[in-house]
Design a protein around this ligand. Structure first.
Ligand code: MSP
Length: 657
């Protein structure tokens, strides 16, 4: 018997400097979809994700939040794991760079590279960008000594440092990339790496820091911590037990089949990472795929710009499968694309509620109506049947080809071509007319059989993208035998047994009223965005915020804080989190919304005097204009959140300064 094929896929490990947003979710859903597909097709599969927890940036965030770094990352990691559960992400391992297993192995990797002469100690002086954790040479810096990656100011730093002899491997890597055109995908990214980085010449890389402590120490020189990227990239092998007592996973799964990364970190994964692996005597991953970004209003998402989309509100309203489908269907994997809730709902309505949902409900309703709910043995197939059957039989192969090329939208488009063909088939065969006469019964049996069996194919194939949906569809189709839910069961058309009993159920994807839902989603997202200021984002842009955090007194004087007395308070309809306040601020009255309903009962707040940011631009949430913001204090994960109150004797309308 042939050995079972293996498949190892990874996501980048995310910075737990803020809550994961829809961009991180995108990569993770893509990896999960691929892993599920490989499991479905019989591969022994390993899917790794995790968090990249060291470095100065995280250390500073923790300081700002007033908690030790470990506590800070623990909270965000716990939230990340909950989010992945909500998104139905089935990873095999979640590695954290603060795991002892990882830290020990990284130290051994460092020592091995040092012992064999790939790492040497020297001193480094250069312009350093803290948010990007990178030194830049004079020719790389933008005017004004700004970082070429993020555009922020760099600082002159001199430190003793260990260096990696990258230059030694440059020619080898250039050849490798040229000889292995599949290694970097899409091909345009390979070109970019060669032209922009490799051909101009690689510098040796500074790979230790003495300026902060939050990292993996070099065990033989503990003043140094290992540069975050060396620490982070190693995760892909330390998770498999590299340099540990049990490296059986390493033997089984390395080299990885696919490593998914966002386009901004292709460079680290196709230059530093291959050189590290080669120096360690390990083979390179078969492929590094650099996908595009999800944009918001054609701009990269960034909390400081207030344009981050979080997945939870969407999932709560429509389920993880709707969002997963949209993320995988909408934009070519490799290109950038805009994310809007409106486009998401439009697609869910057209593809899921209409095309797929209607096909299912029509098929099930007709089998119930004409055959008492029982699928009938088909009679001889006619051309019109055969045309559809051939398309259905070819579908698994077509789907697999697109999936293997990580072309998720095209893979789904193949399925939807068949769904459309089924809907056309209903129009062509007109089962409602066949049902009128006894003479049409034979044809009707065949037509409904073909539809039920085609839907079975579709349902098996959507499972990697929409793992929770097949169960619901199969329940309605009456498919209960697990052997009819497998990839192998798609080897031939016609495995649905006669007599299978369908059962009409609720719409699998109810139609969304976009006009009603849009403002609700936006309000929920605003709350996710607004309620967790210190921790809502992990993209580098976040650090703009860090920089902006230093203000002078003139900035502070722009802020108008006033005491406000609660005249009335009630929950906002259809919202878990929003409370609506009527406030008295001296002579004036104001309406203010606040996302604190999980922490307070409205009636307990009436009569209290609170602190209001009174010159915040008014903003409409759920059709209600909120005229200011009530100040709260909260801990890192918002499990404790309290309104700021004032001492007795302080009246409403007083200035706070
Ligand atoms: N910690 C590093 C990666 C180390 S891997 C050894 C890092 N972390 S990150 O938190 O900034 O996450 C980066 C990854 O999140 C991106 O590469 C990408 O996969 C994903 N995305 C973050 N924002 C994104 C979008 N707006 N759109 C799509 N993906 C994005 O870099």
């Amino acid at each position: 018997m042939q050995d079972q094929q293996t498949f190892y896929i990874t996501t980048p490990i995310y910075y737990p400097s803020g809550h994961m947003h829809i961009g991180h979710t995108y990569t993770t859903v893509a990896a999960d979809t691929m892993a599920r597909f490989k499991r479905l097709t019989g591969h022994k599969t390993y899917f790794l994700t995790g968090t990249d927890e060291h470095g100065q940036k995280i250390e500073r965030r923790a300081q700002e939040a007033g908690v030790p770094p470990q506590k800070f990352v623990d909270d965000i990691v716990a939230d990340t794991k909950k989010l992945w559960e909500l998104m139905n992400i089935r990873y095999d391992d979640f590695i954290r760079t603060t795991d002892e297993r990882h830290m020990k192995a990284v130290q051994k990797i460092f020592r091995k590279l040092y012992d064999q002469g790939d790492i040497y100690k020297s001193a480094y002086e250069g312009q350093y960008c803290t948010p990007c954790e990178a030194y830049w040479t004079a020719s790389q810096l933008k005017e004004g000594k700004l970082c070429p990656d993020c555009g922020r100011e760099t600082e002159l730093v001199r430190e003793e440092s260990y260096f990696f002899r990258m230059s030694k491997y440059q020619d080898w890597l250039i050849n490798y990339i040229r000889e292995n055109p599949d290694f970097i995908q899409p091909p345009s990214r390979a070109n970019e790496m060669l032209q922009n980085f490799l051909l101009p010449g690689l510098q040796d890389l500074s790979i230790s820091r003495t300026t902060f402590k939050w990292g993996v120490p070099v065990d033989f020189d503990p003043d140094h911590v290992i540069y975050v990227w060396i620490d982070a990239l190693s995760n892909y092998i330390t998770a498999l037990g590299y340099m540990s007592e049990d490296d059986s996973l390493m033997k089984t799964f390395w080299p990885a089949n696919v490593q998914l990364v966002g386009k901004e970190i292709v460079r680290f994964h196709t230059i530093y990472w291959p050189i590290m692996l080669h120096a360690l005597g390990l083979p390179l991953p078969k492929q590094v795929f650099g996908h595009g970004w999800l944009l918001f209003n054609n701009d990269k998402m960034s909390k400081s710009k207030g344009n981050v989309v979080y997945p939870r509100p969407v999932v709560k309203r429509f389920g993880a499968d709707a969002l997963r489908y949209y993320l995988m269907r909408e934009m070519p994997f490799g290109s950038d694309g805009n994310y809007t809730n409106e486009a998401m709902m439009t697609r869910v309505n057209s593809d899921l509620a209409n095309d797929l949902g209607n096909l299912l409900s029509r098929t099930v309703a007709m089998i119930e109506k004409y055959f008492d709910g029982k699928v009938q043995q088909p009679e001889a197939y006619e051309d019109v049947d055969q045309d559809l059957i051939s398309q259905v039989e070819l579908l698994p192969k077509r789907f697999e080809e697109e999936m293997d090329a990580l072309q998720f939208p095209q893979a789904l488009a193949e399925i939807w071509k068949v769904i459309s063909a089924c809907n056309r088939y209903i129009d062509l065969t007109q089962p409602w007319i066949l049902g009128r006469e006894e003479s049409g019964r034979g044809r009707l049996k065949t037509v409904l059989y073909v539809l039920a069996e085609s839907l079975r194919f579709v349902t098996v194939l959507i499972s990697p993208v929409m793992p929770a949906t097949p169960e619901k569809i199969f329940a309605q189709l009456g498919v209960s035998d697990p052997s009819l839910m497998t990839w192998d069961s798609l080897s031939a058309f016609g495995k649905t047994p006669a007599g299978q009993t369908v059962k009409k159920g609720e719409a699998v994807f109810p139609r969304i009223d976009i006009k009603v839902e849009l403002p609700l989603l936006e309000a929920e997202n605003d709350i996710e965005l607004g309620l967790s200021p210190a921790k809502a984002e992990s993209a580098p842009e976040n650090d703009e915020k860090e920089k902006e955090a230093v203000i002078d007194i003139a900035d502070f004087q722009k802020i108008r804080l006033k005491t406000a007395k609660v005249l009335a308070c009630e929950k906002v309809e259809k919202s878990d989190k929003l409370l609506k306040f009527r406030l008295k601020v001296g002579e004036e009255e104001r309406t203010v919304l606040s996302g604190i309903a999980l922490h307070y009962k409205p009636e307990d707040l009436v009569g209290r005097t609170l602190v209001l940011l009174s010159n915040l631009a008014p903003r409409k949430i759920r059709g209600i204009e909120s005229q200011g913001m009530l100040l709260c204090a909260s801990n890192a994960d918002d499990s404790v959140l309290k309104l700021l109150t004032v001492d007795e004797g302080i009246e409403d309308g007083m200035d706070i300064s």
